[in-house]
Design a binder for this molecule. Structure first.
Ligand code: FPP
Ligand code: MG
Ligand code: MG
Length: 333
């Protein structure tokens, strides 16, 4: 991600803490049964950015005890929860690949993947209990948000709800809520002031949403060689992200053509199969005002994040957090 960490010494300290988290993560996932350990460590070993633990560590810099064992524990709990949801998500999405490697469901089947996710959740629950009942409650509430978001996405937008509101609510529930919890946990476990803990939670919420919206924009605007991902993946899966929802609200011949490509007569979303359809939809979307509106929405969340940062006291992680927010905007090009 190329974050500006401020100083080399600070960067080394965070690197050391991330290594401790990695160690604890793998220790927690060892079960004593080889078949279970193999399935349970599959996604952790496949890589990942460890974005949530990193954010928890950066948030912990606002308290007097950023190096406390509890900070490492909290950051690991959040990553365990995140990984657990990915096992289940790949089953629901019938995804073959995750993090450049074969998904657990594709390798061992749905039952093993679901049980591996459950095992991660069990380990996260055990670990969070060492932080006390308040932490257990926060994780339970966050877990309920994740499930609510996943279910809201599954049942789809209901009549009477604006599709953009529905979309942003799902993003908050299934993505931003856990990043907000990472910020809250980092602040809490390092002993930050209560108003700063609330700010760190809101900062996580804004950064999480900004990241998702920037991902959505990149899926439409990128050339396959610069993002490392194939553009149009969401359209192929029949997923209508924020720029698409904005563009479908428009009128005129381009918006009509986009609707004909993406929405059936009965209002169902059409997953695009033909490469030519994907190329045409991407061309229409890139020329549509919906893209600019999505960029504006992204800037709005980034501004919210900057405002939370400005209200927090200066800390060793201020530069890194500022560069993280800047990155969500700059990465769209
Ligand atoms: C990925 O979204 C999925 C999530 C961020 C959250 C999934 C939440 C659950 C499965 C809730 C239930 C969890 C448990 C452990 C019972 P995506 O499919 O849009 O993104 P992807 O491209 O990463 O697959
Ligand atoms: Mg998925
Ligand atoms: Mg999904």
């Amino acid at each position: 991600m190329g974050l500006d960490m401020g100083s080399e010494q600070f960067s080394d300290e965070i690197g050391g803490s991330l290594a401790r988290i990695e160690e604890l993560l793998l220790a927690e996932l060892s079960s004593g049964e080889d078949f279970l350990t193999e399935a349970a460590t599959h996604l952790a070993k496949a890589g990942g950015k460890r974005f949530r633990p990193l954010f928890a560590l950066l948030a912990a810099q606002f308290g007097p005890r950023p190096d406390a064992t509890e900070v490492i524990t909290a950051a690991t709990v959040v990553e365990l929860i995140h990984l657990a949801t990915l096992y289940h998500d790949d089953v629901m999405d019938e995804a073959d690949m995750r993090r450049g490697t074969v998904s657990a469901n594709s390798r061992w089947g749905n039952s093993v993947a679901i049980l591996a996710g459950d095992f991660l959740f069990a380990r996260a629950s055990r670990l969070v209990s060492t932080l006390g009942p308040e932490s257990v409650r926060i994780i339970a509430d966050t877990f309920a948000e994740l499930v609510t978001g996943q279910m809201r996405e599954t049942i789809g937008n209901q009549a009477g709800t604006d599709p953009v509101d529905h979309y942003l609510r799902v993003v908050w529930e299934k993505t931003a809520s856990l990043i907000a919890a990472a910020g809250r946990f980092g602040g809490m476990t390092s002993g930050a002031a209560s108003e700063d803990i609330e700010r760190l939670s809101r900062l996580g919420d804004a950064i999480g949403t900004a990241f998702q919206v920037s991902d959505d924009i990149i899926d439409i605007s990128s050339q396959s060689d610069d993002s490392g991902k194939n553009p149009g993946t969401d359209l192929r899966e029949g997923v209508h992200t924020l720029p698409v929802l904005y563009a479908l609200r428009d009128s005129g011949p381009d918006a009509d053509r986009l609707r004909a490509l993406l929405v059936s007569d009965s209002g169902e979303r059409i997953p695009l199969v033909d490469d030519a359809d994907v190329t045409e939809a991407l061309t229409l979307l890139n020329a549509s005002p919906g893209m600019d509106r999505a960029r504006e929405t992204l800037r709005g969340y980034a501004d919210k994040a900057f405002a939370e940062l400005a209200a927090l006291p200066a800390s060793p992680s201020t530069d890194a957090l500022t560069s993280l927010v800047t990155y969500t905007v700059d990465r769209i090009g």
